[in-house]
Design a protein around this ligand. Sequence first.
Ligand code: ARG
Length: 717
Amino acid sequence: MKKTVLTLLAFNILALNFMKADEGMWLPMLLKNNYAEMQRLGLKLTPEQLYDINNASLKDAIVWFNGGCTAEIVSDKGLLFTNHHCGYASIANHSTASDNILDNGFWAKSFAEEKENSNMWASVLIRMEDVSDRVNKALAGVDIKKQDSVKQATFKAIQKEATEKTTYEASVKSFFKDNAYYLFVFEKFTDIRLVAAPPQSIGKFGGDTDNWMWPRHTGDFSIFRIYANKDNKPAPYSKDNVPYKPKKFLNVSIKGLQDGDFTMVYGFPGRTNRYETSFGIQLAVDKTNPATVELRDIRLKDWKEQMDKSDSIRLLMSSKYASIANYWKYYIGQTEQLKRLKVFEEKQNMEQKFNLWAKDKPEYSKILQTIQEAYGDYKRYAVHRTYINEAVFGSAIELYALSFADLEKALKAEKPDTAAVRKAVAEIRKDEDDFYKSFNLASEQKILASFTEMFYKNIPADQHPAYMAEIVKKYKGKTNKETFEKFAASVFKKSFLIHKADAEKFLSKPDLKELQKDPAYAYAMAFYNNFLTNIKPHLDAFAVINNTQGSKYVKALMEMNPDKKFYPDANSTLRLTYGNVKSYSPKDGVDYRYYTTLSGVMEKENPNDFEFIVPQKLKDLYKNKDFGMYADKSGDINVGFITNNDITGGNSGSPVINANGELVGLAFDGNWEAMSGDIYFDSKYKRTICVDVRYVLFMIDKFGGASNLISEMNIIR
Ligand code: ARG
């Protein structure tokens, strides 16, 4: 492979380093700047063993998993470890009341038993390259209104060149708020098969109650495999495909960990906003976070009521319930911790210092004032955006109705365009089965009523679509609640979207008038078009100011702190964070140990609480101390541990790697006391919650009886 020359970011070539070890999601290509410190903390590997584009290195064993998670390759046959919650949708999709692998677990004992998945992918990074100079050259002198389109065109051109005559995929991404640009070239595999998963009573033990919290006892892992064609290249599913042969896979260590041991986490963190201003924090705490939580409360409550009625309903709705519940609790915790840790005040202090420094620098002196002014207008509209995302798109029927918009466009064309109509119908049909499978009429009718009522009450009247007044007039009840219930009942009675057979009938002979007068469709379009015409322009105007000023702000902060090493916000690119296993004290008088054990699982057991059931087989293994080679020195099985590594969503499933480059655990969560971590890193409280790889192997071997998988791995004892 061609060797690329590194051009280091000017602000990164600094010898002095005052950054705390634990904070930072570092770009692997630039790790050399951190190397001395990593060594001091205990790392035994060379920089080239971490990242090398010419030879196999650790990075070749790290996989970007379906966009939202990370996985790692642990055998020369493309075996992948990731979190249970990262495999959840696949596991739930393969579950039925009669073959219920979500509740009972699944262990493939041969390749033939591994389960095919549609819509899954796993990408391995081939290389990354600094393309800042080229992008900046293209943007020089370009009018502010054209910047974005020129930027996108430049990205496209670079991506195209990087992938020509290859099977690779590429993306260019912005770093440090448009102060640097990097190209990433991937090999993307799409034949990904489910190999194993523990029952969710293990993989999701503790449920939403324990989510985002330590001490934790969850076996949050699932196992997949990458398949490739006979040339070891990506190919769509085929029974002729074979297990992928990776350049590198991770050895697995069962030697265990001590407090203070070196650890690093390699993965694809999704999004952080560490350079956020105090104005943004105030808006989140006061308005947008509480609105998100309040709207999700409704869906969770109404769905749960239905899921409790039968196993088959629960299995159909589990996956979408889990995806809402996770970030529902996240926003509750983030708000609470932003307040507790006084992050707003902290940011205000920093901003005061910045303003003092910038006072006589005309280029920078007005940055924060300009951002603050932009928030003045934006504040009025930000919650409307939350309502579009969480209420209009959050109503299953309205989100589905919106997918008919292209069909309306095609039907409206002056000359009937049958090809476009056919294409739009095909697009709708793609999601049709999935939609109706998990569409629960009883809860969704209630949800539509509640959401519309809340929109009516909580969004300023001058921002309502005209359609709102029509609803209120036409369905007038004694209370608002009654009004919107009558409205929702009518939608669910009259819309052809409610029942698959009616929708199919319509799609086989689509008619413009019928579509336009469908009440679910009319509602979706009224709210969405109102948003596009009357609200989005305000959001866009804000974004331009916030982005351009935010970009200058980051650049200025770097000038202001020349001795500090900066790392870019997470943006779903490969990062490495390093630090140590580390216990902590959540509050005065309380100390949290750095690990949990199987005895703790038994302590938490509650057969009457779905979240805390322990399967009989695990109880038997515990009682008989049938732990094989996976027990700790103390004679117990270690389940979880914590480190001070810096991770966020997207890191789920990431390998936790020891000083020798061996897999010791899987990162799967953050802790409650530092839920504000995506905005502000607090080194006293912030921890990464990991499942101990010995618990994973114990499950595979002793609980699942899948010794076929154990013998594939290289286990270091
Ligand atoms: N909070 C975890 C994350 O975002 C997800 C944990 C999944 N478990 C659960 N009980 N929802 O990565």
